[in-house]
Ligand binder design. Structure first.
Ligand code: AMP
Length: 324
């Protein structure tokens, strides 16, 4: 499949690379690594990396503007996004030719060529496989984009990290002169307002008897702490490995879109199926959703608590069976 995608790229003069809304370093890393590598391999092609910009990630290059009109000589490559509704692009329907490179569980087909590996750490790891498989030139710039993606999506090699991830990262860091300290500084530097805000989240989390912890953050609170609705999502991983908590969620009011944004994490119960019920999705243990009303917020919170309850019951049954 990786070779077929490469052959497809060869056929088109213009390549547009898109990724998901609610951008993160893996989406950007895979996007820019692919763009730069195609630029080097095929200097005559026009390559666009598109999507909404985010000042949080201004250590990545500027995104490109691209207005598509139905055009048969354009190839759309979507990275890190399993479903059409989450692709950060306008006029998706005008793209006739599309392929996908992704590590999310399959949601829907986009084009005839799709390379999906849910066991991969990140979309960046898959792009790296793509470049290696097709013997494309990798330079330090590309290697750094990929390193950003792999490190951030694995939360510094904590999640979805296999021996293959270490192998490929070992090779990447040994072969290219990656400035690891710069990368970690860019990824983890944060304003003091976010540290204070994290204090607010910790103080205000509700913990249920089933091991579900959550906090609802109003727009007023975001304003008071001087942070935006994406800030809670960026610190949700900090609540892992708490003895009493097996699933946790931040629910942030997004006043601009009149919605509530869920960032959900688990260290046991499968949560993406619950998120999907609310038009969300994601990985088994890291998911998200957006809902419109406080009733839906409460309903999703209840469902997540139920998932914890069932999980605890099953785990207890397993223990009892082992003892018998
Ligand atoms: P986040 O909490 O934003 O880091 O997202 C965790 C995972 O859930 C990622 O794989 C996202 O792609 C996915 N995700 C987040 N929000 C949504 C949503 N509204 N719909 C579908 N998937 C989502």
């Amino acid at each position: 499949m990786l070779k077929q995608i490469y052959e497809k790229i060869k056929q088109y003069d213009t390549i547009v690379i898109a990724r998901h809304i609610g951008v993160d370093p893996d989406a950007l890393g895979s996007q820019f690594a692919l763009k730069t590598a195609i630029n080097i391999a095929f200097p005559e092609k026009k390559v666009f990396a598109v999507g909404t910009k985010s000042s949080r990630y201004n250590y990545f290059p500027k995104l490109d503007k691209y207005e598509n009109k139905i055009n048969d000589n354009v190839l759309l490559i979507v990275v890190d996004t399993p479903d059409k509704k989450r692709i950060d692009i306008s006029n998706l329907d005008t793209f006739v030719n599309a392929c996908k490179i992704d590590h999310h569980p399959f949601v829907e087909k986009l084009g005839e060529l799709e390379y999906i590996d849910v066991n991969s750490s990140s979309a960046s790891e898959l792009v790296l496989r793509f470049l290696v498989e097709n013997k494309m030139i990798i330079n330090t710039e590309i290697a750094e984009y990929l390193y950003y993606g792999i490190v951030s999506d694995t939360n510094r090699f904590l999640f979805n990290t296999t021996p293959d991830t270490f192998k490929i990262v070992e090779w990447l860091t040994r072969t290219y002169n990656i400035d690891i300290e710069k990368i970690y500084r860019n990824l983890y530097a944060r304003p003091f307002s976010e540290v204070r805000f994290q204090g607010y989240i910790s103080e205000n989390m509700t913990l249920t008897e089933n091991g579900f912890a959550y906090v609802i953050i109003s727009n007023d609170t975001l304003f008071k702490y001087g942070v935006d609705s994406s800030s809670a999502g960026n610190m949700v991983n900090n609540y892992n490995n708490i003895d009493e908590v097996i699933v946790w969620a931040t629910v942030s009011e997004d006043a601009k879109n009149n919605q509530y944004k869920f960032n959900i994490r688990s260290r046991g119960p499968i949560i993406n199926q619950v998120a999907e019920k609310y038009n969300g999705g994601g990985h088994k243990l890291a998911s998200g959703a957006r809902v419109n009303t406080l009733e839906e917020v409460q309903s999703l919170l209840n469902d997540l608590d139920d998932v914890c309850k069932n999980y605890n019951r099953e785990e207890n049954n397993k223990l009892l069976n082992e003892r018998e």
